[in-house]
Design a binder for this molecule. Sequence first.
Ligand code: FMN
Length: 133
Amino acid sequence: MTNLERVYNFLEEVQSYSLATVEGDQPRVRVFGTILCYGGKLYIQTGKKKDVAKQLYANPKAEIVSCKGPEWLRITCKLIENDDRNIRVAMLEKIPSLRAMYNEDDGNMTMFEIADATATFSSFTAPSETIKF
Ligand SMILES: Cc1cc2nc3c(=O)[nH]c(=O)nc-3n(C[C@H](O)[C@H](O)[C@H](O)COP(=O)(O)O)c2cc1C
């Protein structure tokens, strides 16, 4: 399994994670759930109109944390928007219920690549492991 697959599998299994961005000197955090593996990269989905997207346009630095029982995963990364329509289509094919709020051509739905990522897998029962992907 590649490092990227390990991260994808963790987030896919847990189905939700907290996504932190910064707005000036103020941290902002919210619950997210979307994760897509496409072309050997990981992407998350959001709306261009949301504050989270506006924060990422101004400063792409982000952190993701997700917890599975006694294990947790923290990803330090940049989230870089990718406007490739095929990625939006792949996201909507993976989670068709997103179509209640978005479509690939609505001018709002957008995808951010998890780039320059360092991920640490931690546990109360084993040493932490840090990987890059
Ligand atoms: C379980 C769960 C998963 C969510 N997943 C996403 C997601 O993947 N993308 C998204 O844009 N919003 C998602 N949301 C909604 C955001 O948490 C919500 O819109 C939030 O207010 C966005 O942050 P912002 O207000 O700072 O822009 C999810 C909410 C929940 C409860």
